[in-house]
Write a protein that binds this ligand. Structure first.
Ligand code: BJW
Ligand code: ZN
Length: 252
């Protein structure tokens, strides 16, 4: 049912009492900033085939095409700003003793909104790394271009993101799984729940005893793992939820 502006007493009191909250976000949290999601109608993959762009073979087969696509996405991301959903999560972090923001997003908008404890499962589009020596480059070392730049070692630079078939950064996975296991409340926000291993997180949290909640205009592929579903845009629901938690904490 579409969110009607009223939160259940259970949800608010669970959040107010929670010693530990973990939030897992996907592309939908950035949709209201003007960053296209992947799988929605009109999303990035309705225009570009993922198998052509988001895997290492595609990159090695046509590095300039893939680099140009990421250069274009970097320029979109640098021209947009965090939205009220991002800011609400940054505020939520200040209200909870143990807070982890796990994101599949590579757009850095959570940090730009002020979130501090951010775990990036799929890397960060602002960075590049060398396919030869592995050296990481700062964003300004790889300016937007149509041709893929080379590292001083001669290797090709690539965006420092996780493509299909690649392992996720091990430290990030460990931190995300630990946070989900110890969470009292787990929010899944703006993700289709179709990409693994991130899609396992709600089940991990629920098995660990968390109260699980989804915020999404449409039920996701992991909606069955949720105690509650708030159907609607995160830029509306998250600020209202954080306001309700803050008010209740002030009364307590
Ligand atoms: C709103 C909103 C608003 C809209 N407010 N919400 C078979 C079964 C199981 C697994 C596999 C399998 N075959 C292969 C795999 C593994 C594979 C996988 O999961 N595949 C599935 C597609 C089946 N996974 C991997 O390969 C991962 N690695 C791995 O498993 O390593 C081990 C391994 C090694 C070797 C071989 C095999 C395994 C790596 C996954 C990497 C994903 N990378 C990408 C690209 C990152 C770089 C880039 O940005 O270009 O990550 S893919 C893309 O999807 C991106 C995203 O982070 C990820 C998730 O998408 P997300 O965020 O959920 O976005 P959408 O668009 O799907 O959904 C948006 C949602 O927002 C929707 O629900 C909307 O309703 C909602 N929304 N407006 C709130 N206003
Ligand atoms: Zn190199």
């Amino acid at each position: 049912m579409h969110f009607d502006g009223v939160f259940s007493d259970t949800l608010v009191s669970r959040c107010v009492r929670a010693g530990s909250i973990a939030v897992s976000t996907g592309a939908g949290v950035s949709a209201e900033s003007g960053v296209a999601t992947f799988r929605d109608p009109g999303g990035l993959w309705s225009k570009f085939r993922p198998e052509e762009l988001a895997n290492v073979d595609a990159f090695l087969g046509n590095p300039d095409l893939v680099w140009e696509w990421y250069s274009w996405r970097r320029s979109v991301i640098s021209s947009v700003a965090p939205n009220p959903g991002h800011y609400a999560l940054a505020e939520l972090e200040t209200l909870v003793a143990d807070f982890t923001l796990i994101t599949q997003n590579v757009d850095n908008l959570h940090r730009r909104a002020g979130s501090i404890h951010v775990v990036e499962l799929h890397g960060n589009i602002e960075r590049s790394s060398c396919t030869g020596c592995g050296r990481a480059s700062a964003p300004d070392e790889a300016p937007p271009s149509q041709r893929v730049p080379h590292c001083p070692c001669g290797g090709l630079l690539r965006p420092d993101v996780v493509w299909f078939g690649e392992m996720l950064p091990q430290d990030a996975v460990r931190e995300a799984w630990d946070a989900a296991e110890r969470a009292d409340v787990f929010l899944s926000v703006g993700t289709s729940g179709e990409v693994y291993p991130a899609a396992q997180l709600p089940a991990v949290a629920r098995q660990g005893g968390a109260y699980t909640v989804e915020i999404n205009p449409r039920p996701s592929a992991v909606a069955h793992q949720m105690h509650e579903i708030l159907e609607g845009p995160s830029g509306i629901i998250l600020p209202a939820l954080v306001k309700a938690i803050r008010r209740q904490k002030q009364c307590a």
